[in-house]
Write a protein that binds this ligand. Structure first.
Ligand SMILES: NC(=O)c1ccc[n+]([C@@H]2O[C@H](COP(=O)([O-])OP(=O)(O)OC[C@H]3O[C@@H](n4cnc5c(N)ncnc54)[C@H](O)[C@@H]3O)[C@@H](O)[C@H]2O)c1
Length: 256
């Protein structure tokens, strides 16, 4: 498996899973364009990885903004001449049942998680068609398959992506592979934020959660990055349209 000299765009690439992908793909020799709305952190990650000899560029882009998505794609092509893979990973989360949300929350969660992926796909498909090849990974979640308590908006947004992955595969499968990455409980800033409502120290809470996961630990960003690297590589050439679960066996548990 190799990503040597492959040009890979990562959205949400400066925190958690996306940062893990940025670091791992760079170590595998990819030309990484990492992107997010964290300008300061992005520049720091770029500086650190370039100093270590890696080909990493940070570009600011809010995935809800079509002009910024277009600029991200155009600047990547200006820099590297092509795009081999896109790791569409930016995501956001708001807690609440269906009675709690307002229009602003709907626009935020659906805007980042669903519209952001539509916009990225809309503008990367023509590039892949022109090249005759390309891979788009979309980060969904086990939340697409399980009703997480008080996560109605988030779960609905992630389930929409499972359908989008199938449609991209049906409509464009001749020249691009689209595959879902479906993480379970991964130790990231987003997970820590979701734990803030619990009246318990984080390490205690994580230890309890880990005990419930069949492999007895939380996932790490590197766990996801290693799978993503495989899915981006030619070794995964027959994987398309499905979502790959990285959840330590959680979905194998019986419902009682
Ligand atoms: N951590 C988990 O347990 C878990 C589980 C399942 C799925 N996921 C999904 O994995 C992805 C990464 O999550 P994480 O846990 O690493 O979260 P994180 O909060 O650590 O990172 C999220 C990244 O997305 C970026 N982002 C947020 N809004 C953006 C926007 N409008 N435009 C561009 N970038 C934006 C942030 O800047 C950040 O870099 C998300 O799609 C999330 O839903 C996470």
């Amino acid at each position: 498996m190799s990503l040597e000299d492959r040009t890979i765009i990562i959205t949400g690439g400066t925190s958690g899973i996306g940062e893990g992908c940025t670091r791992h793909f760079a170590e595998l020799g990819a030309k990484v364009v990492t992107s997010s709305i964290q300008r300061k952190v992005g520049k720091e990650v770029q500086q650190e990885l370039r100093a270590a000899g890696h080909d990493v560029t940070f570009l600011y882009a809010d995935v809800r903004n079509e002009e910024e998505i277009v600029a991200l794609i155009e600047k990547t092509i200006d820099l590297h001449g092509r795009i081999d893979g896109v790791c569409s990973n930016a995501g956001t989360w708001i807690e609440g049942t269906v009675e709690d949300f307002d229009d602003g929350q709907w626009d935020l969660v659906m805007g980042v998680n669903v519209r952001g992926n539509f916009l990225l796909a809309k503008h990367v498909v023509p590039v892949f068609r022109e090249q005759g090849e390309g891979v788009m990974l979309i980060t969904t979640s086990t939340a697409a398959y399980v009703g997480f308590p008080a996560h109605a908006l988030y779960c609905a947004s992630k389930a929409a992506l499972v359908a989008l992955i199938r449609c991209l595969t049906k409509d464009h499968g001749g020249y691009m592979r689209c595959v879902g990455i479906c993480p379970g409980t991964i130790d990231t800033p987003m997970l820590a934020a979701s734990a803030e409502g619990f009246d318990q120290p984080l390490d205690e809470l994580y230890a309890e959660v880990a005990e419930k996961i069949p492999v007895k630990r939380l996932g790490t960003p590197v766990d996801v990055a290693k799978a993503a690297a495989f899915l981006l590589s030619d070794d995964a050439g027959f994987v398309a349209g499905s979502s790959v679960f990285l959840e330590g066996g959680t979905l194998a548990l019986p419902p009682w």
